[in-house]
Design a protein around this ligand. Structure first.
Ligand code: CA
Length: 385
């Protein structure tokens, strides 16, 4: 999902402008009106309970499957775990501020926190791409390893601190699909002139191999595919793609998606708000984000499996793997695009260097663990009925 996917949906989802929520209020025990004055005694201290309402803006329409529902779950988790001290009020994209202004709203204090995808902020720094997904980058498991134990979080903190934001990983879509095509893609030549809806860095890679990258909001993809205005599109994966109905107009569904190998969603908190929280409430926010990071990934994996089955067995979708030759050409182009991202500013270069060295290590372990095991599990042997 790239930034424009949600623009239209967010605009549609925009309802009445939400009432400005109070940032902080105190509940004080009312003094009984008929109490006799007691001048000799100092007034009893008011029983006060600090209750805060934090406004969470999002880049998704409210209730958008997986992403919007995940943001709501995060808001509800923080509310539940702070036992009344904090209530997180969620605003869908466009309700309080336009979806893609969520970052600015948190940065300047109009909102307290956002749930979104940090590659939407690449106009501020290309380095934000690293913290969502980059072509031929890290899988969801590897992103967690990098962020939590490989120095990624510290670099993310450094990048976001420049914008008055404290960031956390708070969701993952897993590996996305390569996309829907109106013809079989047998060689890299088949990409020449291909008009594909592919925003962001993936789109830059597509252009490098001769394709035309088209950026369309979510609501315009299906009609464009139907009319032939575009030849192909990427979106997310089987669960979200089934809902978009792409199978009705094209049958070739390619994997894997090189461009988004494990898109991390993020929760950014205004730095002033973050610093004002107690140690306990900071821990709640941190671990609620970590929990959602994991839960959303589980939800996508569970629902993608079921939806893929529906696409193939009920809708006759033809599943195809991109050939190694095509993937290698895309890999070369991805390397060029990432080198250009690194060269855009010194902090991007610093993050890229760390990312690249972590990626190398991750590839070694992943191939011996997840890749080797899942290949072994797929061998032909007797197991179960
Ligand atoms: Ca996508």
């Amino acid at each position: 999902m790239k930034r424009r996917d949600f623009v239209k949906g967010a605009a549609l989802a925009a309802g009445a402008v939400a009432l400005a929520a109070c940032g902080q209020k105190e509940e004080q025990a009312a003094a009984p009106k008929d109490a006799a004055p007691a001048p000799a005694m100092p007034p009893a201290p008011a029983i006060s309970k600090q209750m805060r309402e934090l406004k969470m803006v999002t880049t998704w329409p409210k209730g958008f499957p997986g992403l919007g529902t995940g943001a709501q779950r995060l808001a509800d988790s923080i509310t539940a775990m702070t036992d009344g001290r904090i209530t997180v009020k969620l605003f869908g994209g466009g309700e309080l501020v336009p979806a893609l202004e969520s970052f600015d709203a948190v940065s300047n204090g109009t909102a307290d926190m956002y749930h979104g995808a940090d590659y939407y902020w690449q106009g501020k720094s290309k380095a934000f791409n690293f913290f969502t997904a980059v072509p031929f980058g890290l899988t969801a498991n590897e992103m967690d390893a990098w962020l939590y134990y490989g120095g990624g979080q510290e670099l993310w903190d450094e990048l976001s601190a420049g914008f008055n934001v404290k960031p956390f990983a708070a969701g993952n879509t897993g590996v996305q699909m390569g996309g829907w095509f109106n013809k079989e893609m047998n060689t890299v030549e088949d990409y020449k002139g291909l008009k594909m809806r592919m925003p962001g860095l993936g789109g830059e890679v597509l252009r490098q191999i001769g394709g035309q990258s088209i950026t369309l909001p979510g609501g315009e993809i299906f009609p464009s595919l139907q009319s032939g205005a575009i030849d192909a599109t990427e979106w997310v994966g089987p669960w979200n793609d089934l809902a978009m109905g792409f199978y009705k107009v094209t049958k070739y569904y390619y994997y894997p998606g090189f461009h988004e190998p494990g898109s991390t969603l993020s929760c950014g908190v205004n730095a002033g708000v973050w610093n004002s929280l107690s140690a306990e409430d900071k821990a709640v926010v941190q671990f609620a984000c970590a929990a959602e990071n994991n839960r959303m990934f589980g939800e996508f994996n569970a629902k993608n499996g079921d939806s893929l089955d529906t696409l193939i067995n009920e809708h006759g979708v033809q599943l195809r793997r991109q050939s190694d030759d095509i993937l290698k050409a895309i890999g070369d182009a991805s390397g060029d695009v990432m080198a250009a991202v690194a060269a855009s500013d010194p902090l991007s270069q610093k993050i890229y260097d760390n990312f690249l060295s972590f990626r190398k290590k991750a590839m070694g372990w992943t191939s011996l663990s997840e890749t080797a095991y899942t290949a072994a599990r797929a061998l032909d042997y007797k197991y179960g009925a």
